[in-house]
Design a protein around this ligand. Structure first.
Ligand code: SF4
Length: 362
C-alpha cells in the first residue's frame, strides 16, 4: 500500500470522533455558514457539505447564497480562489488546509506563460490569438486570460469554448492541461496537423516559426498525475477480463485512454453516465478514488461500479474533519484562519475571463 492509501485506511476511524464536533459547531452557526465540498473530497467531509459538486458549480452556489458570511471551501486552492472572486465583498472564503493545491496549477507559472506569449506574438498578431485557461489554474493565470481577451473553460465546457474561438478564426493557446485540450480538439475535429504542444519545461518551447504560423491550437504540456494513472493498457486489460463491463473516464485522461474507453467527460458526465445506465450494468470508472468509492456505495445492489485504479488526489485529501473543525473554531473565536482572498489587481481581469465563459456557455 502506498503512503496515501495507508493514511486513507487509518483516517476512516479517527474521523468518526471529529464528525460530532463539526456538526455541533455547524448547528451553532446556522445559515451564517456554508460548507462547500468537491466530489473528490473524502466521504467524512463530503457528508457535511451544504453544497456538493464540481468546482464552478460550487463557486456559483456559494455566490448565490445571500445569508452565509463564511464559505468554507473543501476542495483545491484554485477553487477557493474562484469562489472568492465570485463571492460578494462581505463573504469570507476559507479552506480547511491552504496547502490543498493541484498538480495542474503547479505546472504553469505566470512568468512561463508570459515568456511563451512573447514568442508566439512574434509570429502571430495578438488579436488573432485567444488564451484559454482550464479552470484548474491559479487566479493570476486566469487574470492573464482576462487581460488578453481570453476566457476559461471547465471539462464540461471545453468543446463549446474551443468552438467559439475557432469560429472566430483565432488560434487557441490552451493551458495547463494538455489532455483536456487534446480531447476537446478531437471532439470538435480540429485537424491534428494544426495542433502543437508547447513544452513547458523547455525554455523558448520547441515550436518552429512555421508551426506557430500554422497552428490552430497550441497545448501546454501539463497533465494531472492522478488521472495519468488511468493508462490505455489498463483499460484494454480490464475490458479483456470483463467483456461485459463499460468504462468511463474523466477528460483529464490522455486521448489514448479516452479512445479505449466507452465514454469520457467531466465529473457530471461520469455521474450521469452511471445514473442513466440500466440496472445490473457493470462499470469501471477512471477518476479520483473518493468519488468512485462513493458511487460504488450508492449503487450497491443496483449496479456493479468499480474503480479503474485506486488513484487518490493527495491535494484534495488534505482536508479532513479535524482541520475543518479548527476553521470553524477560529470563526467562533472571531479570528478566522485559512482565508483565501484574491486582490483586485488579479480578481478584476480574472473575473472578466470567467464572465466571458459564462456568457459563451449560457
Ligand atoms: S485530481 Fe488532479 S486535477 Fe483534480 S485537483 Fe487533484 S491534482 Fe488537480
Amino acid at each position: 500500500m502506498s503512503e496515501i492509501e495507508l493514511e486513507y485506511e487509518k483516517s476512516l476511524e479517527e474521523e468518526v470522533f471529529w464528525e460530532g464536533k463539526v456538526k455541533e459547531l455547524k448547528e451553532e452557526f446556522g445559515n451564517q455558514l456554508m460548507i462547500l465540498c468537491h466530489y473528490y473530497q473524502r466521504d467524512s467531509v463530503f457528508r457535511l457539505g451544504d453544497a456538493v459538486g464540481d468546482s464552478l458549480e460550487l463557486a456559483k452556489r456559494g455566490a448565490a447564497n445571500k445569508t452565509a458570511k463564511y464559505l468554507v471551501f473543501c476542495g483545491a486552492h484554485f477553487m477557493a480562489e474562484t469562489q472568492d472572486m465570485l463571492a460578494s465583498k462581505d463573504q469570507i472564503v476559507m479552506m480547511p488546509d491552504l496547502k490543498a493545491g493541484c498538480t495542474l496549477v503547479n505546472q504553469i507559472k505566470l512568468k512561463q506563460l508570459e515568456d511563451a506569449w512573447g514568442i508566439l506574438t512574434q509570429f502571430r498578431k495578438e488579436q488573432d490569438i485567444v488564451p484559454i485557461a482550464y479552470v484548474n489554474s491559479s487566479a493570476d493565470i486566469k487574470a492573464f486570460c482576462g487581460k488578453h481577451n481570453g476566457t476559461i473553460c471547465t471539462s464540461s465546457s471545453s468543446n463549446k469554448i474551443f468552438q467559439w474561438a475557432i469560429n472566430q478564426n483565432k488560434m487557441i493557446v490552451f493551458f495547463p492541461d494538455e489532455h483536456i485540450g487534446r480531447n476537446a480538439a478531437n471532439s470538435i475535429e480540429i485537424p491534428r496537423e494544426n495542433v502543437f504542444v508547447w513544452k513547458r519545461n523547455v525554455s523558448g518551447g520547441t515550436l518552429t516559426e512555421e508551426q506557430i504560423k500554422r497552428a490552430q491550437l497550441i497545448l501546454w504540456s501539463g497533465s494531472c498525475r492522478f488521472h495519468d494513472k488511468f493508462t490505455p493498457e489498463l483499460v484494454k486489460k480490464l475490458k479483456k477480463e470483463h467483456p461485459d463491463a463499460r468504462v468511463v473516464v474523466h477528460s483529464e485522461c490522455c486521448e489514448e485512454t479516452v479512445a479505449e474507453s466507452d465514454y469520457y467527460g467531466s465529473t457530471s458526465t461520469i455521474l450521469n453516465c452511471i445514473a442513466d445506465s440500466e440496472p445490473e450494468s457493470k462499470w469501471f470508472i477512471g477518476t479520483e478514488y473518493n468519488m468512485v468509492e462513493r458511487m460504488k456505495r450508492e449503487n450497491e445492489g443496483l449496479r456493479d461500479v468499480n474503480c479503474l485504479a485506486k488513484s487518490i488526489c493527495s491535494f484534495m485529501y488534505k482536508a479532513d474533519l479535524k482541520k475543518l473543525y479548527n476553521v470553524l473554531v477560529s470563526i467562533k473565536e472571531g479570528t478566522p484562519i485559512n482565508i483565501v482572498s484574491v486582490g483586485d489587481d488579479v480578481a478584476i481581469p480574472a473575473r472578466r475571463a470567467l464572465k466571458k465563459m459564462l456568457e459563451i456557455t449560457s
